[in-house]
Design a protein around this ligand. Structure first.
Ligand code: UD1
Length: 420
């Protein structure tokens, strides 16, 4: 299995360019199923989840190819097998996105039921209840969601909780229903807006994306669209910003949309960071004082993202005082805390809350990554830990960060990938 060997401490310096957003391209690739013509996406990150979605679309029968650096071309017209098997869905929960589009195109679909994940249960009930309202008949059999389209119809769907996945999934599905669908308590994330914009360019009438009420007036057939550029990855940008600040470095972050990462910028500033925002770039200035402790409460966008919580925990483990992180999305998403403790951090986790007592320094140790963002937090901790940190199971990291170690090494990190 591949591992990272990280020598620390280092101070990051230089300039880094952010890749396209994994969480935007995955639903866009699934949305290609709705099209009757080939569709191209540019600025696509070469990360494992994108390769997995490519493989899934190919298993369905689509023709998918990389046609240039970061450009992917999908021809959905050859899709003939509306089945997403367990061996793919177990690798990537976002596979659920193909269910609604397949249903609309073929009148039936089978998608393996995604299981839980390292940070707890991750149900898909909002997806399934919403599809039922849009006219699907759904059965769960032998670990599979078996769906048939009885009579597609527009509907009003009120989510009990904001869900990025369910909002995007049902918006895509409703796009091919020529009636009005209203999604209430919808998610506001930038990835929802990007998918809405794509569908609008294909002729669907959508209003209210980026607010909690989205109205979709679907059409029978989507129009051909020009190549779509994927938005920059706000979590990758945030990860580099935290890395720069916690190592006491000075880093320019290019190709990011500052409004998409404003909760991260605000929390870093509250922690003492001096950040210059200039168009699509950020500069994290060299730190003058100590890292100040924070209170963080993860919430749906525009609140503080759960996907940045682990990276902040690594930083706050060496803050000058006690910090609190309360998880408002996934109460069990704290496995990284126990690995950070192996590096010398002082963290207690109870009832969906982590209390982090800042220590003067971390020290290198072997640790294990449990999920994507947890892996990133361990890498950041390894950058400041004294000595050698070995991180096992970095395949989690490869799911969502493009060239992570190369980008960090270009800023002065000492990270080596090895088989062990
Ligand atoms: C997406 C992101 C993930 C991020 C998460 C929360 C992608 C591919 N993944 O995941 O990186 O951590 O948003 O910002 O975009 N819920 C239900 N029933 C459902 C669906 C969700 O109860 O049917 C709950 C979840 O358990 C969670 C909350 O709703 O507590 C939000 O989850 P959701 O926004 O759906 O997460 P994902 O879209 O899976």
């Amino acid at each position: 299995m591949e591992k990272f060997r990280i020598e620390g401490p280092v101070v990051l310096k230089g300039s880094v360019e952010i890749s396209g957003a994994k969480n935007a391209i995955l639903p866009l690739m699934a949305a290609s199923i709705l099209m009757d013509t080939p569709v191209a996406f540019t600025f696509v990150p070469k990360v494992m989840d994108v390769f997995t979605m490519k493989e899934l679309l190919e298993r369905l029968g689509a023709h998918v190819e990389w046609t240039g650096n970061g450009t992917i071309l999908i021809d959905p017209t050859t899709i003939d097998n509306p089945l997403a098997p367990y061996d793919i869905v177990k690798k990537m929960r976002a596979s659920i996105y193909v269910l609604g589009p397949l249903l609309m195109k073929f009148g039936k679909a089978e998608v393996s039921l995604p299981g839980g994940c390292a940070f707890g249960p991750r149900p898909v009930n909002f997806h399934l209840e919403g599809l039922k309202k849009l006219g699907a008949d759904i059965k769960l059999e032998h670990g599979y969601i078996k769906a048939r389209l009885k009579k597609p119809r527009g509907a009003q769907i009120v989510f009990d909780k904001k869900s990025v996945g369910a909002t995007i999934h049902l918006m895509m599905t409703a796009s091919l229903i020529p009636e009005e669908t209203i999604l209430r308590n919808a998610a506001l994330e930038p990835e929802v807006v990007q998918v809405a914009n794509f569908l609008k360019r294909a002729g669907v009438k959508i209003y209210g994306e980026g607010t909690d009420t989205i109205v979709i007036n679907g059409i029978k057939k989507l129009n051909q669209v020009e190549a779509t550029k994927v938005i920059p990855d706000r979590i990758e940008a945030g990860t580099f910003a935290v890395a720069a600040y916690m190592t006491g470095g000075e880093v320019e972050i290019k190709n990011c949309i500052p409004e998409h990462i404003s909760p991260t910028i605000e929390k870093l500033e509250e922690s003492g960071a001096d950040i210059v925002v200039d168009g699509e770039r950020l500069v994290i200035k060299k730190r003058k004082g100590k890292i100040k402790p924070l209170f963080i409460y993860t919430q749906p966008f525009p609140g503080f993202p759960t996907d940045m919580q682990a990276q902040f925990m690594a930083m706050l483990s060496v803050a000058d005082g006690t910090s609190t992180i309360k998880e408002g999305i996934y109460p069990d998403r704290f496995l990284h805390a126990f690995e950070l403790i192996r590096l010398g951090a002082d963290i207690k986790v109870e009832d969906g809350t982590a209390i982090i007592n800042g220590v003067p320094r971390l020290t290198g140790a072997p640790v294990m990554a449990s999920d994507l963002r947890a892996s990133a937090s361990l890498v950041l901790a390894g950058l400041i830990a004294e000595g050698t940190t070995i991180i096992d199971r970095i395949y989690h990291l490869d799911r969502g960060y493009e060239d992570f170690e190369h980008k960090l090494n270009s800023l002065g990190a000492k990270i080596e990938r090895f088989h062990g």
